[in-house]
Design a binder for this molecule. Structure first.
Ligand code: ATP
Length: 150
């Protein structure tokens, strides 16, 4: 029997980043990890920066996609992810992500070393998210080189 599939669309403010028929998506929502199969009950949930995992019905290797924050709508036959930014492995500039990671780490260290005002707390949150986005991009880009090694 053929494996059931569902449509996945990842949309950012600039473009549709990804569109495919998939067998399963594993997503980090604001309240934890979710595995979404075809015919899932309808839901809307927030998403945090993470490496989303996509599985296919034809046995192709699982794919990772870097997704920043946003939200996701799940319908029985379609998943739409509205992300502030998202990239497939080939589209990731590794040097840029590396620089972003180092900059966020440096700023976080500076923030931790100074007294914590409300403004500092907001900056801390912003830098923590920037660090997560960079780490996610590096992880997703690395999944491409692991595939090449096979
Ligand atoms: P930066 O400070 O380098 O812009 P950021 O995490 O603040 O990083 P976002 O605001 O999430 O960036 O995204 C802005 C745009 O830049 C989006 O189109 C996103 O896809 C793209 N982008 C950000 N970092 C990278 C990267 N390392 N490789 C490819 N595209 C990237």
């Amino acid at each position: 029997m053929a494996v059931a599939t569902t449509k996945l669309e990842i949309v950012t403010p600039d473009r549709v980043v990804y569109e495919a028929d998939i067998a399963m998506a594993i997503v980090r929502a604001s309240d934890g990890e979710l595995g979404i199969l075809p015919h899932h009950i309808p839901l809307i949930t927030g998403i945090v920066p993470h490496a989303m995992r996509v599985k296919f019905a034809d046995g192709r290797d699982e794919q990772l996609i870097a997704v920043s924050g946003g939200f996701m709508e799940v319908m029985p036959d379609k998943i739409i992810m509205f992300a502030t930014s998202a990239e497939e492995p080939v589209d990731i500039d590794v040097n840029r992500a590396q620089r972003d990671m180092e900059r966020a780490r440096k700023r976080l260290a500076e923030l931790h070393a100074s007294p914590m005002t409300a403004a500092q707390r907001a900056s801390l949150q912003k830098e923590e998210l920037a660090l997560q986005r960079a780490i996610v991009r590096l992880k997703v880009a690395a999944s491409l080189s692991h595939k090449d090694e096979k």
